[in-house]
Design a protein. Structure first.
Length: 145
């Protein structure tokens, strides 16, 4: 019985291992430069776990996290100069990453007909309690739409 060449065995092992890797998460990993808890009181963020595919999303900034890495403190976008409402924070937890997106709410009810809104991003500060500590998972800024 002929033996399998070593290079072919190695190739099969590499191809198999490559196929077992987790897909890259969507979005941009946060550099986790700020990991201490903020020293000021921050309220909970209004969290949602489903987001309509046509829903606009806005940027967010990491403010810190608890020592056990279960509570994440962020500053998140809630809308433009005419935004009404507090916005929501969309959270997606997986075994390899935690994805976050800021989702504005409200209708822009302060906008008068014919008037433009201020070109500014209104923000709010809040925290998110994760189901499991962040641990070694990546913290991801989900793509903005």
């Amino acid at each position: 019985m002929p033996s399998i060449p070593r290079w072919l065995t190695l190739l099969l092992v590499l191809v198999t291992a490559a196929g077992c890797q987790s897909p890259s998460p969507p979005g941009t990993p946060d550099p986790l430069e700020v990991t201490a808890s903020p020293t000021v009181s921050i309220p909970p963020a209004p969290v949602v776990y489903e987001l309509a595919s046509n829903r606009a999303t806005l940027p967010w900034t990491l403010l810190g996290m608890s020592a056990d890495r279960r509570r994440i403190f962020i500053s998140y976008g809630v809308g433009d100069g005419c935004a009404v409402g507090e916005g929501h924070v969309y959270v997606r937890e997986t075994p390899t990453y935690v994805g976050i997106a800021s989702a504005p709410t409200g209708t822009g009810a302060n906008r008068s007909p014919g008037n433009a809104c201020a070109a500014m991003l209104k923000t709010a500060d809040g925290y998110i309690d994760l189901a499991e500590p962040l641990g070694t998972r990546q913290l991801i800024h989900l793509p903005q739409s």
